[in-house]
Design a protein around this ligand. Sequence first.
Ligand code: NAP
Length: 303
Amino acid sequence: MKIALVGIGKIARDQHVPALEASPDWELAATVSRHGTVEGVESFTAPAAMLDARPDIGTVSLCLPPLPRYAVAEAVLRAGRHLMLEKPPGATLAEVHALCDLADRQGVTIYATWHSRMAMAVAAAKDWLAGKTVREGRITWREDVRKWHPGQDWIFAAGGMGVFDPGINALSILTEILPEPVRLLAADLDFPANRQAPIAARLRFSRGVEADFDFRQEGPQTWDMEFQTDAGRMALRMGGNRLEIDGRHRQGADDIMGEYPALYARMARLVSDGKSDTDLAPMVLVADAFTLGRRNTVADFQF
Ligand code: NAP
Protein backbone atom coordinates (compact mmCIF):
# COMPACT_ATOMS: atom_id res chain seq x y z
CA MET A 1 0.00 0.00 0.00
CA LYS A 2 1.23 3.48 -0.82
CA ILE A 3 1.69 5.97 1.99
CA ALA A 4 2.75 9.63 2.28
CA LEU A 5 4.60 11.15 5.26
CA VAL A 6 3.85 14.73 6.28
CA GLY A 7 6.38 16.69 8.39
CA ILE A 8 9.89 15.43 7.68
CA GLY A 9 11.53 16.41 10.97
CA LYS A 10 13.18 14.58 13.85
CA ILE A 11 10.79 11.71 14.44
CA ALA A 12 10.11 11.16 10.73
CA ARG A 13 13.84 10.73 10.07
CA ASP A 14 14.65 8.81 13.27
CA GLN A 15 11.78 6.33 13.18
CA HIS A 16 9.09 6.63 10.47
CA VAL A 17 11.31 6.49 7.39
CA PRO A 18 13.38 3.48 8.61
CA ALA A 19 10.20 1.67 9.71
CA LEU A 20 8.56 2.23 6.32
CA GLU A 21 11.71 1.21 4.41
CA ALA A 22 11.71 -2.11 6.28
CA SER A 23 7.95 -2.65 6.09
CA PRO A 24 6.48 -5.48 4.00
CA ASP A 25 3.13 -3.61 3.93
CA TRP A 26 4.00 -0.06 2.90
CA GLU A 27 5.73 1.85 0.11
CA LEU A 28 6.76 5.42 1.02
CA ALA A 29 5.41 7.09 -2.12
CA ALA A 30 5.58 10.82 -1.25
CA THR A 31 6.63 13.30 1.42
CA VAL A 32 5.14 16.67 2.32
CA SER A 33 7.36 19.14 4.16
CA ARG A 34 8.39 22.75 3.69
CA HIS A 35 12.07 21.90 4.19
CA GLY A 36 12.61 18.15 4.55
CA THR A 37 12.76 15.46 1.86
CA VAL A 38 13.64 11.75 1.68
CA GLU A 39 16.08 10.73 -1.02
CA GLY A 40 14.42 8.96 -3.95
CA VAL A 41 10.86 9.83 -2.82
CA GLU A 42 8.64 12.39 -4.60
CA SER A 43 8.37 15.48 -2.42
CA PHE A 44 5.73 18.19 -2.04
CA THR A 45 5.73 21.31 0.12
CA ALA A 46 1.95 21.53 0.65
CA PRO A 47 -0.51 18.74 1.62
CA ALA A 48 -3.18 19.88 -0.89
CA ALA A 49 -0.73 19.59 -3.80
CA MET A 50 0.18 16.02 -2.81
CA LEU A 51 -3.46 14.98 -2.33
CA ASP A 52 -4.39 16.42 -5.77
CA ALA A 53 -1.38 14.99 -7.62
CA ARG A 54 -1.32 11.52 -6.06
CA PRO A 55 -4.79 9.94 -5.90
CA ASP A 56 -2.99 6.58 -5.87
CA ILE A 57 -1.74 7.23 -2.30
CA GLY A 58 -4.42 5.86 -0.01
CA THR A 59 -2.85 6.55 3.40
CA VAL A 60 -1.19 9.59 4.97
CA SER A 61 0.87 9.57 8.17
CA LEU A 62 1.34 12.87 10.02
CA CYS A 63 4.60 13.54 11.90
CA LEU A 64 3.89 17.23 12.51
CA PRO A 65 3.79 18.76 15.99
CA PRO A 66 0.24 18.70 17.41
CA LEU A 67 -0.64 22.37 16.86
CA PRO A 68 -0.52 22.49 13.02
CA ARG A 69 -1.86 18.94 12.74
CA TYR A 70 -5.64 19.44 12.63
CA ALA A 71 -5.88 21.36 9.35
CA VAL A 72 -3.76 18.78 7.53
CA ALA A 73 -5.60 15.87 9.14
CA GLU A 74 -8.97 17.29 8.11
CA ALA A 75 -7.79 17.78 4.50
CA VAL A 76 -6.51 14.18 4.36
CA LEU A 77 -9.83 12.78 5.58
CA ARG A 78 -11.88 15.04 3.29
CA ALA A 79 -9.79 13.68 0.41
CA GLY A 80 -10.92 10.18 1.42
CA ARG A 81 -7.51 8.93 2.58
CA HIS A 82 -6.72 6.83 5.65
CA LEU A 83 -5.00 8.79 8.42
CA MET A 84 -2.28 7.91 10.93
CA LEU A 85 -1.41 10.39 13.68
CA GLU A 86 1.76 10.74 15.78
CA LYS A 87 1.16 11.14 19.49
CA PRO A 88 -0.38 13.24 20.96
CA PRO A 89 -3.12 12.92 18.33
CA GLY A 90 -4.02 16.63 18.41
CA ALA A 91 -3.74 19.86 20.32
CA THR A 92 -7.15 19.43 21.98
CA LEU A 93 -9.53 16.57 22.69
CA ALA A 94 -12.33 18.29 20.78
CA GLU A 95 -10.35 18.40 17.57
CA VAL A 96 -9.50 14.70 17.78
CA HIS A 97 -13.17 13.86 18.39
CA ALA A 98 -14.02 15.92 15.29
CA LEU A 99 -11.44 13.96 13.25
CA CYS A 100 -12.83 10.64 14.49
CA ASP A 101 -16.36 11.67 13.45
CA LEU A 102 -15.12 12.83 10.05
CA ALA A 103 -13.20 9.59 9.44
CA ASP A 104 -16.32 7.66 10.33
CA ARG A 105 -18.45 9.68 7.89
CA GLN A 106 -15.83 9.29 5.15
CA GLY A 107 -15.56 5.53 5.74
CA VAL A 108 -11.78 5.62 6.19
CA THR A 109 -9.39 4.43 8.92
CA ILE A 110 -8.02 6.78 11.58
CA TYR A 111 -5.26 5.55 13.90
CA ALA A 112 -4.19 7.68 16.86
CA THR A 113 -0.87 5.99 17.60
CA TRP A 114 0.85 5.58 20.96
CA HIS A 115 4.33 4.31 20.12
CA SER A 116 5.21 3.49 23.74
CA ARG A 117 2.38 0.96 23.86
CA MET A 118 4.39 -1.02 21.30
CA ALA A 119 7.43 -1.24 23.59
CA MET A 120 8.68 -4.79 24.05
CA ALA A 121 7.44 -5.55 27.55
CA VAL A 122 4.11 -3.66 27.64
CA ALA A 123 1.90 -6.60 26.62
CA ALA A 124 3.65 -8.88 29.15
CA ALA A 125 3.21 -6.26 31.89
CA LYS A 126 -0.51 -6.02 31.09
CA ASP A 127 -0.84 -9.81 31.25
CA TRP A 128 1.00 -9.95 34.60
CA LEU A 129 -1.18 -7.22 36.14
CA ALA A 130 -4.46 -8.77 34.97
CA GLY A 131 -6.55 -9.86 37.95
CA LYS A 132 -4.18 -8.25 40.49
CA THR A 133 -4.88 -5.24 42.71
CA VAL A 134 -2.54 -2.26 42.34
CA ARG A 135 -1.80 -0.85 45.82
CA GLU A 136 0.56 1.91 44.67
CA GLY A 137 2.52 2.97 41.63
CA ARG A 138 5.39 5.31 40.89
CA ILE A 139 6.17 6.67 37.41
CA THR A 140 9.48 8.48 36.86
CA TRP A 141 9.80 9.96 33.38
CA ARG A 142 12.82 12.25 33.22
CA GLU A 143 14.54 13.14 29.98
CA ASP A 144 16.65 15.86 28.42
CA VAL A 145 14.54 18.11 26.20
CA ARG A 146 17.69 19.41 24.48
CA LYS A 147 18.56 15.88 23.33
CA TRP A 148 15.12 14.75 22.13
CA HIS A 149 13.66 18.07 20.96
CA PRO A 150 16.67 20.23 20.01
CA GLY A 151 15.57 23.80 19.33
CA GLN A 152 11.88 22.82 19.11
CA ASP A 153 10.31 25.99 20.53
CA TRP A 154 6.83 24.68 19.65
CA ILE A 155 7.05 22.24 22.56
CA PHE A 156 7.05 25.13 25.08
CA ALA A 157 4.41 27.20 23.25
CA ALA A 158 0.79 27.17 24.46
CA GLY A 159 -0.62 23.87 23.19
CA GLY A 160 2.84 22.32 22.78
CA MET A 161 2.30 20.33 26.03
CA GLY A 162 5.83 20.82 27.36
CA VAL A 163 6.90 17.89 29.54
CA PHE A 164 3.61 16.14 28.77
CA ASP A 165 4.93 15.48 25.26
CA PRO A 166 7.09 12.65 26.72
CA GLY A 167 4.89 12.25 29.82
CA ILE A 168 1.93 11.21 27.68
CA ASN A 169 4.02 8.21 26.58
CA ALA A 170 4.08 7.04 30.20
CA LEU A 171 0.35 7.68 30.47
CA SER A 172 -0.26 5.71 27.27
CA ILE A 173 1.42 2.70 28.93
CA LEU A 174 -0.36 3.27 32.25
CA THR A 175 -3.80 3.38 30.62
CA GLU A 176 -2.97 0.25 28.61
CA ILE A 177 -1.67 -2.03 31.36
CA LEU A 178 -3.72 -1.27 34.48
CA PRO A 179 -6.54 -3.72 35.17
CA GLU A 180 -8.73 -0.80 36.38
CA PRO A 181 -8.47 2.80 35.14
CA VAL A 182 -7.09 5.64 37.25
CA ARG A 183 -8.29 9.24 37.39
CA LEU A 184 -6.23 12.32 38.03
CA LEU A 185 -6.63 13.80 41.54
CA ALA A 186 -4.05 16.60 41.61
CA ALA A 187 -1.13 18.06 39.68
CA ASP A 188 1.75 20.49 40.24
CA LEU A 189 3.04 22.07 37.04
CA ASP A 190 6.36 23.97 36.78
CA PHE A 191 6.31 26.62 34.04
CA PRO A 192 9.57 28.38 33.08
CA ALA A 193 8.94 32.13 33.48
CA ASN A 194 9.62 32.68 29.76
CA ARG A 195 7.50 29.77 28.41
CA GLN A 196 3.82 28.78 28.06
CA ALA A 197 4.08 25.04 28.78
CA PRO A 198 5.42 23.15 31.81
CA ILE A 199 8.98 21.82 32.01
CA ALA A 200 8.17 19.51 34.93
CA ALA A 201 5.03 18.05 36.50
CA ARG A 202 4.11 15.94 39.50
CA LEU A 203 0.79 14.10 39.26
CA ARG A 204 -1.32 12.20 41.76
CA PHE A 205 -3.83 9.63 40.54
CA SER A 206 -6.37 7.37 42.21
CA ARG A 207 -5.20 3.84 43.25
CA GLY A 208 -2.08 5.33 44.87
CA VAL A 209 -0.34 6.05 41.57
CA GLU A 210 2.03 9.04 41.33
CA ALA A 211 4.08 10.42 38.45
CA ASP A 212 7.16 12.61 38.26
CA PHE A 213 7.85 14.11 34.81
CA ASP A 214 10.89 16.29 34.19
CA PHE A 215 12.40 17.64 30.97
CA ARG A 216 15.66 18.84 32.63
CA GLN A 217 17.40 15.51 33.15
CA GLU A 218 20.97 15.37 31.90
CA GLY A 219 23.08 12.19 31.78
CA PRO A 220 21.22 8.86 31.95
CA GLN A 221 17.54 9.17 31.03
CA THR A 222 14.84 7.58 33.20
CA TRP A 223 11.60 6.09 31.89
CA ASP A 224 10.50 3.83 34.75
CA MET A 225 7.19 2.62 36.22
CA GLU A 226 7.00 0.63 39.46
CA PHE A 227 3.89 -0.96 40.92
CA GLN A 228 3.19 -2.67 44.22
CA THR A 229 0.33 -5.16 43.90
CA ASP A 230 -1.39 -7.68 46.17
CA ALA A 231 0.78 -10.35 44.51
CA GLY A 232 4.25 -8.80 44.26
CA ARG A 233 6.19 -5.96 42.68
CA MET A 234 6.39 -5.16 38.98
CA ALA A 235 8.65 -2.67 37.25
CA LEU A 236 8.67 -1.56 33.63
CA ARG A 237 11.90 0.19 32.70
CA MET A 238 13.38 1.77 29.58
CA GLY A 239 10.03 3.20 28.46
CA GLY A 240 8.19 -0.11 28.66
CA ASN A 241 10.94 -2.25 27.13
CA ARG A 242 12.18 -4.14 30.23
CA LEU A 243 9.92 -6.01 32.64
CA GLU A 244 11.01 -6.93 36.17
CA ILE A 245 8.97 -8.96 38.64
CA ASP A 246 10.01 -8.76 42.30
CA GLY A 247 13.32 -7.21 41.25
CA ARG A 248 14.23 -9.92 38.71
CA HIS A 249 14.49 -9.35 34.98
CA ARG A 250 11.60 -11.16 33.28
CA GLN A 251 11.48 -9.94 29.66
CA GLY A 252 12.73 -7.37 27.14
CA ALA A 253 15.87 -5.31 26.58
CA ASP A 254 17.06 -1.70 26.27
CA ASP A 255 15.96 -1.37 22.65
CA ILE A 256 13.27 0.97 21.33
CA MET A 257 13.60 0.27 17.62
CA GLY A 258 10.65 -2.13 17.39
CA GLU A 259 7.95 0.39 18.27
CA TYR A 260 7.43 2.13 14.92
CA PRO A 261 7.53 -1.06 12.78
CA ALA A 262 4.78 -2.37 15.08
CA LEU A 263 2.74 0.84 14.61
CA TYR A 264 2.91 0.54 10.81
CA ALA A 265 2.03 -3.16 10.94
CA ARG A 266 -1.03 -2.26 13.03
CA MET A 267 -2.00 0.52 10.62
CA ALA A 268 -1.83 -1.97 7.73
CA ARG A 269 -4.16 -4.33 9.61
CA LEU A 270 -6.59 -1.54 10.48
CA VAL A 271 -6.78 -0.43 6.83
CA SER A 272 -7.23 -4.01 5.60
CA ASP A 273 -9.94 -4.68 8.18
CA GLY A 274 -11.70 -1.32 7.63
CA LYS A 275 -11.28 -0.40 11.31
CA SER A 276 -10.04 2.56 13.37
CA ASP A 277 -8.16 2.86 16.69
CA THR A 278 -8.51 6.08 18.65
CA ASP A 279 -8.05 5.58 22.37
CA LEU A 280 -7.83 9.05 23.90
CA ALA A 281 -7.43 7.95 27.54
CA PRO A 282 -3.80 9.22 27.84
CA MET A 283 -4.81 12.62 26.47
CA VAL A 284 -7.76 12.88 28.89
CA LEU A 285 -5.33 12.54 31.82
CA VAL A 286 -3.12 15.29 30.37
CA ALA A 287 -6.11 17.58 29.81
CA ASP A 288 -7.18 16.93 33.41
CA ALA A 289 -3.67 17.81 34.66
CA PHE A 290 -3.92 21.18 32.90
CA THR A 291 -7.44 21.66 34.34
CA LEU A 292 -6.58 20.78 37.95
CA GLY A 293 -2.88 21.67 37.99
CA ARG A 294 -1.38 24.18 40.41
CA ARG A 295 0.98 26.47 38.49
CA ASN A 296 4.50 27.18 39.81
CA THR A 297 6.88 29.56 38.04
CA VAL A 298 10.48 28.34 37.70
CA ALA A 299 13.68 29.59 36.04
CA ASP A 300 13.70 30.68 32.38
CA PHE A 301 14.53 27.94 29.88
CA GLN A 302 16.68 28.42 26.74
CA PHE A 303 17.63 25.68 24.28
P1 NAP B 1 9.83 18.58 14.61
O1 NAP B 1 11.06 17.93 14.07
O2 NAP B 1 9.98 19.88 15.29
O3 NAP B 1 8.69 18.76 13.53
C1 NAP B 1 8.40 17.85 12.50
C2 NAP B 1 8.18 18.60 11.22
O4 NAP B 1 6.92 19.24 11.25
C3 NAP B 1 9.19 19.72 10.98
O5 NAP B 1 10.34 19.22 10.41
C4 NAP B 1 8.42 20.68 10.09
O6 NAP B 1 8.66 20.31 8.75
C5 NAP B 1 6.98 20.43 10.46
N1 NAP B 1 6.50 21.57 11.26
C6 NAP B 1 6.98 21.98 12.46
N2 NAP B 1 6.28 23.04 12.92
C7 NAP B 1 5.34 23.29 11.98
C8 NAP B 1 4.32 24.25 11.87
N3 NAP B 1 4.10 25.15 12.83
N4 NAP B 1 3.53 24.22 10.78
C9 NAP B 1 3.71 23.29 9.84
N5 NAP B 1 4.69 22.35 9.89
C10 NAP B 1 5.47 22.35 10.96
O7 NAP B 1 9.11 17.58 15.65
P2 NAP B 1 9.34 16.03 15.94
O8 NAP B 1 10.30 15.85 17.07
O9 NAP B 1 9.57 15.26 14.70
O10 NAP B 1 7.89 15.70 16.57
C11 NAP B 1 6.74 15.64 15.77
C12 NAP B 1 5.71 14.80 16.51
O11 NAP B 1 6.28 13.52 16.78
C13 NAP B 1 5.31 15.40 17.86
O12 NAP B 1 3.92 15.23 18.06
C14 NAP B 1 6.10 14.57 18.86
O13 NAP B 1 5.40 14.43 20.08
C15 NAP B 1 6.18 13.23 18.16
N6 NAP B 1 7.34 12.45 18.61
C16 NAP B 1 8.59 13.01 18.68
C17 NAP B 1 9.65 12.27 19.18
C18 NAP B 1 11.06 12.81 19.29
O14 NAP B 1 11.94 12.12 19.85
N7 NAP B 1 11.37 14.01 18.82
C19 NAP B 1 9.45 10.93 19.59
C20 NAP B 1 8.18 10.38 19.44
C21 NAP B 1 7.14 11.14 18.96
P3 NAP B 1 8.83 21.44 7.59
O15 NAP B 1 9.36 22.69 8.23
O16 NAP B 1 9.79 20.82 6.63
O17 NAP B 1 7.45 21.60 7.05
